[in-house]
Design a protein around this ligand. Structure first.
Ligand code: ATP
Ligand code: MG
Length: 201
């Protein structure tokens, strides 16, 4: 780089650093956060499990509740189940899958699963609670929306919660601190590529 270019780059970086430092100084509130990972693109659940890994790195206490039962356990579920006895994992048992047409059975399973989630959201021992695919329970009206909002709102101050799933509704978006919408630009599946072990499940 020419000296001139070098100098300009230095100045731009200095400005950028001042901006970042000011933003860091302004964020002075210390508390847990509520996060919604939504949108049609790939990466919601895997991001949530990424945060599980982060939290475990600090020996935090983690709970995961999954509201949709897949046809098979995915890799992260197997990992948590078999190799992370310190994570409390609850999966919706019989009942709702994409294939059932048994609404009252689904609702009973959703309620049972929600009871586990609610208990975690009232328990200050949990640093992080993941509610995977919870949005569909709101969308299908399997669970009462207000009940979910209240439980998230009234959770312990230091506890963080991550909700995943498409949709979720505006009330949930408003309540949580962080909303990230993953855009579906392209997905291999639509080009005929089979879901891949260790990547898609
Ligand atoms: P992941 O678990 O990979 O983070 P996700 O949680 O964002 O994905 P879900 O809607 O829960 O997405 O669906 C999970 C499965 O569906 C994964 O196998 C994922 O690769 C696949 N999938 C996600 N988005 C799409 C899409 N837009 N088109 C096709 N398949 C998708
Ligand atoms: Mg998912």
């Amino acid at each position: 780089m020419s000296n001139d270019k070098e100098q300009r780059h230095k100045e731009a970086m200095k400005k950028q650093k001042a901006k970042v430092d000011a933003n860091i100084a302004a964020a002075d509130e210390e508390r847990g956060v509520a996060i919604l990972l939504t949108g049609n693109g790939k990466g919601k659940s895997s991001s949530a499990f990424g945060m599980v890994m982060r939290a475990l790195g600090y020996d935090h206490t983690v709970g995961v509740v999954q509201f949709i039962k897949g046809a098979q356990l995915s890799g992260e579920e197997l990992f948590v189940k078999n190799k992370c006895p310190e994570v409390t994992l609850y999966q919706m048992g019989t009942g709702f899958t994409w294939n059932t047409q048994d609404r009252s059975g689904d609702i009973a399973a959703a309620e049972e699963t929600w009871a586990q989630a609610e208990a975690m959201l009232q328990d200050e021992r949990y640093d992080l609670v993941v509610l995977d695919e919870l949005t569909y329970m709101i969308g299908y009206k399997y669970l009462d929306e207000q009940k979910i909002l209240d439980a998230i709102k009234n959770r312990p101050r230091e506890q963080s919660v991550v909700v995943t799933g498409r949709g979720g509704g505006s009330a949930l978006q408003e309540l949580v601190d962080t909303v990230a919408e993953i855009k579906d630009v392209k997905h291999a599946f639509r080009a005929g590529v089979k879901a891949r072990k260790g990547v898609d499940y």
